[in-house]
Design a binder for this molecule. Structure first.
Ligand SMILES: C[S@@+](CC[C@H](N)C(=O)[O-])C[C@H]1O[C@@H](n2cnc3c(N)ncnc32)[C@H](O)[C@@H]1O
Length: 480
């Protein structure tokens, strides 16, 4: 396990002897999962000292307060703490297993739905999801033409995500890439290589903290995967954290979906709920439903982890926290006046729809939506979840219609505006997206950061405000 390059030199005795250093260290490990720093106080102290110097804070207690109240500073610290060692086609044997076993299996099973959903969790600067995209396009392209393919890369380090979206790499990132792949799939720009657009089109990147983020969650776009790849990430976590994560990965997979962990991370006990498949140089795990009970003791349930930073939501490079605006801007008068809010508090039916969708059971979730809409056709949450399901199965037009209907029925619901903004961004309608995002900010103006904006408390006003502020900045629109 490698260390990030510690800021050069300097004496950290005063950081290590600060009475609040222990609390600060515990909070950082809780928030990021990086138990790796448990017995590396010196290295952590170097990183913390450098950050405290940047923000002119002299003691650990004050710095702890700062990262707990300022997610931009937490992001800056995370950027220094995390280790982004990665390269294209890392560990060839696992890519061989993807090519020879996993992708053919999933493609054969998904012939009816013509969909493919892959998650690279802890993707760093992107070579892992892009390698999958290249393999899919080059070796399976003819079999999945017109399929709805989605490859999602997530990470806790916003700087890595920005570089991943850029898709430019130094030569060192290709140390195990066949030369013909480099020549054909990348364009040389100066000293770097830029991935060609056809290998980028199915790949999206999104902030997600594996520790704080509750998943599966359709609202956060983390659900219903055919393949999850999480390599060289959990090596930094504690045994308790890992025990909690593996069932979450399992729940985020479709039945018979595959989990690919780092090649040095096989563990019979941890993965006992999966079918284990051994390939030369690779151990793979498949979600099955009818395994005989494992003869091993159940895992201990980890203690809940307190989370001083945001959970997951969409693509958000770090930004300074802005002061909240004093009053909400009026919503543009383009849609009809709001109808009475039939379902701001969603019924049990909505919880069922969400649960099914979180498990990736799109068809059943869609049926539950239909049933709900037959009873309460004016329920904006039912239309919202309908939209989320349409989106997951690649029905863009229907997704947009359902989002607009949800907004029409209750213009005060934040998430439909937010997802409409994301949808319009993907359609390159920057103007429409800016309008939707400004509506979000107006609706959020008076809400405290910890106010839930979803029918569960998983997504808060603070998360959405930050995400939208960043999106507005990225598309060049004013955020206020
Ligand atoms: C060594 S890289 C692995 C990259 C890639 N999966 C590979 O194997 O080539 C580990 C990545 O895990 C990310 N990471 C660490 N803690 C995380 C967390 N709590 N949630 C999400 N990602 C995390 C780091 O930011 C880093 O990018």
């Amino acid at each position: 396990v490698s260390l990030p390059v510690a800021p050069a030199g300097g004496d950290v005795t005063h950081v290590l002897s600060d009475p609040s250093f222990g609390r600060l260290k515990a909070a950082i490990i809780d928030a990021t999962g990086m138990a790796f720093y448990q017995d590396k106080s010196g290295d952590l102290a170097h990183i913390v000292k450098a950050r405290m110097g940047e923000v002119a804070i002299a003691d650990c207690g004050a710095y702890l307060d700062r990262i707990q109240s300022d997610s931009a500073e937490m992001d800056a610290l995370v950027a220094e703490l995390t280790i982004g060692e990665t390269y294209f086609f890392r560990h060839k044997e696992q890519f061989d297993a993807l090519r020879e076993l996993i992708l053919p299996d999933v493609i054969a099973r998904n012939q009816d739905t013509r969909r493919l959903r892959i998650w690279s969790a802890g993707c760093a600067t992107g070579p892992e999801p892009y390698s999958v995209s290249i393999m899919l396009e080059r070796e399976f392209g003819h079999r999945i033409q017109d399929w709805h393919v989605s490859i999602l890369g997530t990470d806790i380090n916003q700087k890595f995500l920005t570089r991943a979206r850029d898709g430019r790499y130094d030569h060192w990132a290709f140390r195990t890439t066949p030369p013909d792949v480099l020549e054909r799939c990348f364009t040389k720009i100066g000293n770097q290589w830029q991935i060609n657009p056809s290998y980028k089109r199915h790949v999206t990147f999104q902030y997600h903290n594996l520790i704080g983020g509750r998943f599966p969650s359709i609202v956060e776009n983390i659900a219903g995967f055919d393949i999850i790849i999480c390599r060289n990430v959990i090596i930094y976590f504690s045994a308790e954290t890992i025990e909690g994560l593996i069932p979450q990965f399992r729940e985020s997979l479709n039945t018979e979906g595959w989990l690919v962990m780092g090649h040095a991370e096989p563990n019979q006990v941890l993965f006992r709920e999966f079918r284990t498949v051994n390939r030369p140089g690779a151990v793979l795990y498949q979600r099955t439903e009818n395994l005989p009970p494992a003869p091993l003791p159940p895992p201990s349930v980890p203690a809940p982890i307190s989370l001083p930073i945001k959970t997951s939501l969409a693509v958000t490079p770090p930004l300074p926290v802005r002061p909240r605006r004093p009053a909400p801007a009026p919503l543009p008068p383009s849609s009809p006046p709001p109808k009475p809010s039939a379902a701001t508090v969603p019924a049990q039916g909505i919880a069922t729809i969400r649960d099914l969708a979180d498990r990736g059971e799109w068809e059943r979730a869609a049926q539950a939506c239909q049933a709900q809409l037959a009873v309460t056709p004016l329920d904006p949450w039912a239309h919202f979840y309908r939209a989320m399901i349409h989106e997951q199965v690649g029905e863009g037009e229907a997704c947009e219609q359902a989002l607009r209907r949800a907004i029409y029925l209750d213009r005060k619901l934040v998430l439909p505006h937010y997802h409409l903004g994301l949808f319009l961004l993907r359609k390159d309608d920057a103007q429409g997206a800016v309008k939707a995002f400004r509506n979000v900010l107006a609706l959020l103006a008076d809400l405290p950061d910890d106010q839930p904006v979803c029918d569960t408390d998983a997504v808060t006003a603070g998360h959405v405000r930050e995400a939208v502020t960043v999106h507005l900045k990225l598309v060049g629109g004013p955020s206020a």
